[in-house]
Design a protein around this ligand. Structure first.
Ligand SMILES: [Mn+2]
Length: 257
């Protein structure tokens, strides 16, 4: 498949997927943080975990910062086309360049006007989040302030709920909304606990913030990175979907690649 075919076929799949994907209660789920052009990280995860008994969830931010952005996103889209039920690609802020611009954006700026439109159209249709019946949510940034899990389907790329999901930060302090910092909405513990209770979930697995502590809010908010674009190690998280309940991060396996 050439690049245009991959983009078109992947776009067709994303158009049919819900914005919030429910994980089946079978096997294990591997959560992968920002890869940011680090195709070696992506390939390592795929070679290790694309075994049939794992679902693999990428938490967004596939492009910019790393050397192989285009290779990384094309590889991921091709994997999605071949394994639509096993690989899930969620949206990060770096996939939403056409909806909220940022700098530096070396991948987007390397594209021609036409290419930017094609990638923007496909990546603008990525789903926003996943959840498991046993208590886990996964998304890129912060939780959206919607009333109900069903409302995820009404969130549109570029709206304020989308902004919370792909641009939102969590801080280890009390409080709800803590203001904006560098264009990123900031949220505290009260907000986290309120929305998780509303959704009936125990643990959030997310990425997006390289300098926040890996575990905050009484081991209920886990932040992982899988790219060498930052100083952190490449980290993934594995959730047993057959466990009765995942109540905090101690019930999750965290691995450094
Ligand atoms: Mn991000």
């Amino acid at each position: 498949m050439d690049e245009q075919d991959i983009l078109k076929r992947a776009e067709g799949i994303f158009e049919k997927e819900p914005k919030l994907i429910e994980l089946p209660p079978r096997g294990k789920a591997v959560f992968v943080g920002d890869t940011h052009g680090d195709i070696y990280a992506t390939k390592y995860v795929i070679e290790t975990y694309l075994t049939g008994d794992h679902i693999i969830i990428f938490l967004g931010d596939y492009v910019d910062r790393g050397e192989y952005s285009r290779e990384n996103i094309n590889y991921l889209l091709q994997l999605k086309v071949h394994n639509p039920e096993i690989i899930h690609l969620l949206m990060g802020n770096h996939e939403g360049f056409l909806f909220k611009e940022f700098r530096p954006a070396d991948f987007w700026e390397s594209l021609s006007h036409k290419e930017r439109g094609v990638y923007g159209s496909t990546l603008g249709k990525l789903p926003y989040a996943v959840y498991s019946k046993n208590g886990v949510m996964g998304l890129h940034g912060a939780l959206p302030d919607v009333e109900d899990l069903k409302d995820f389907e009404k969130i549109e790329t570029g709206d304020r709920y989308w902004d919370q999901i792909v641009w939102g930060d969590f801080n280890e302090s009390e409080g709800n909304y803590l203001g904006h910092y560098l264009g990123r909405p900031q949220y505290g513990r009260d907000y986290f606990e309120k929305i998780m209770a509303r959704f009936g979930k125990n643990v959030l697995i997310r990425s997006h913030q390289p300098y926040v502590k890996q575990s905050i809010f009484d081991k209920r908010c886990l932040t992982i990175f899988t790219s060498m674009a930052y100083t952190r190690e490449r980290t993934i998280a594995i959730v047993d979907l057959e466990e009765k309940s995942i109540s905090n991060i101690d019930d999750i396996v965290i691995e450094n690649l």
